[in-house]
Structures are given as structure tokens and as C-alpha cells.
Write a protein that binds this ligand. Structure first.
Ligand code: AMP
Length: 220
């Protein structure tokens, strides 16, 4: 099976998590979603979670050394040996530089960095309506992909919840943080020649197809 080594860049609500999951299923690759790892650590009350919680709640970034250590360890695990999809990392220039060092040491160069672009107004709509099942994690959107019964999961009847940081006050901070700290990475990777821009508006399957085309390799 073909493998990929790819970074998904884009503002919160660009669809990185959804697309990362589809890529992981299509290629031989692990999915490293730093936001998911941190949210689980918070829920499990681990030392990492205790440290990260206040940043997540405020919509601010967890310190670079914490997140770089976490991703560096995750990349060493067996399921990442053939390939990986990074979703939500790197988010700052120091993180991007550390990633370059880590991958150089592992002799695993990045294939592509995909910058998923979605207009501001659509992002706010997407984030505000986003819900996930507390039990099985299935994602919904109250306007675009609503559950059949109120706030209950179609698959397992679990209760749906809204991420704390998807509330309106925190969305504004997250978008500001993205513009100031993460958006400069688009140029950083453009200069390295492996950036491709993806139109992130439309149906999930159509966006996935654009991504596969941009990867320029056959999928199984
Ligand atoms: P996400 O699910 O990717 O939107 O991430 C949710 C939150 O986790 C962010 O608002 C940050 O507080 C934290 N986070 C996720 N990835 C990173 C990262 N690469 N660097 C710093 N903080 C991160």
C-alpha cells in the first residue's frame, strides 16, 4: 500500500481532522492530531493534560517544547514507520524547524504540506455548529450534517457535546492565534517548494479528491 508523509495546515475549522482521518484510512500512515491528543490528556487528567488545559480553554497554544516532545515520541511509534498525517502540527515556526530536525534524523522527508483554505465567515459557521459524540467521537454539524434526533448520536445514541473551545469567545482568540503564529508557515513551506494550496470549501469527498490530486500519487 502507498504511504504518505504529509502536514495539513489551515485555520481551525478548515476540515484538517476530517481529511486527516480519510488520508489515514486510504494510505499506510498514522494520524497525529495534536488537538485530539491534548484533549484526551485533559480528559484523562494526565500531567500533560493538567499542564495543557489552561491553554486549550483559552484558545492559546501549548508551549512549543511540550508539543514538540509529544510529536517526536509519537513519530517513533510503529504505526508511523511507513507514513504519517500531521494535523494541527506544526503551528509555529519553531515547531516547523523542530519537525524538520526530527524528520532529518529519522531520514523521513515530508512529501507535501497542504494548506487548506476556507474563508473566515465559513470557518466561524463551521466551528459554532460543530458537535461530537461523547461516546464514539462521531462528528456532526447542527446545520450541515445534523443528527436525526436532537442532540443524540445516530450511531450509538451517545450524547453530543460541543468542544469548550468552539464557543464564540474562544473561536475569536483561536483565529487570531492562527493568523499571527501559524499562517506564516504557509510561506515557510512555500519557500521549501513542497506546499500545495487546497480549496477547503465544498463536500468532504470533493476536498479529499483535491488533496489526493495534490499528493500526486495513486491511492489504494
Ligand atoms: P485543534 O484541535 O487542532 O484545533 O487544537 C485545539 C487546541 O490544542 C489548540 O487551540 C491549542 O490550545 C492546542 N494545540 C493543538 N495543537 C497544537 C500545537 N501544534 N501547538 C500548540 N498548541 C496546540
Amino acid at each position: 500500500m502507498a504511504s504518505v508523509r504529509v502536514v495539513l495546515l489551515g485555520p481551525p475549522g478548515a476540515g484538517k481532522g476530517t481529511q486527516a482521518k480519510l488520508l489515514r484510512e486510504r494510505f499506510e500512515a498514522c494520524q497525529i492530531s495534536t488537538g485530539d491528543i491534548l484533549r484526551k490528556a485533559v480528559a484523562d487528567k494526565t500531567p500533560l493534560g493538567t499542564e495543557a488545559e489552561r491553554y486549550l480553554n483559552r484558545g492559546e497554544l501549548v508551549p512549543d517544547d511540550v508539543i514538540v516532545g509529544l510529536v517526536g515520541e509519537r513519530l517513533q511509534q510503529k504505526d508511523c514507520a511507513e507514513g504519517f498525517v500531521l494535523d494541527g502540527f506544526p503551528r509555529t515556526l519553531p515547531q516547523a524547524e523542530s519537525l524538520e530536525d526530527i524528520l532529518k534524523a529519522m531520514a523521513l522527508p515530508l512529501d507535501r504540506v497542504l494548506s487548506i483554505q476556507v474563508p473566515h465567515q465559513i470557518i466561524v459557521q463551521r466551528l459554532a455548529g460543530r458537535r461530537n459524540c461523547q461516546e464514539c467521537g462521531t462528528l456532526y454539524h447542527m446545520n450541515f450534517d445534523p443528527p436525526r434526533n436532537g442532540e443524540t448520536c445516530d450511531r450509538c445514541n451517545g450524547r453530543l457535546q460541543q468542544r469548550d473551545d468552539d464557543r464564540e469567545e474562544t473561536i475569536t482568540t483561536r483565529l487570531r492565534v492562527y493568523e499571527s503564529q501559524t499562517a506564516p508557515l504557509v510561506n515557510y513551506y512555500r519557500q521549501r517548494g513542497n506546499l500545495r494550496e487546497i480549496d477547503g470549501v465544498g463536500k468532504v469527498e470533493d476536498i479529499q479528491k483535491r488533496i489526493i490530486d495534490a499528493l500526486g500519487r495513486p491511492a489504494n
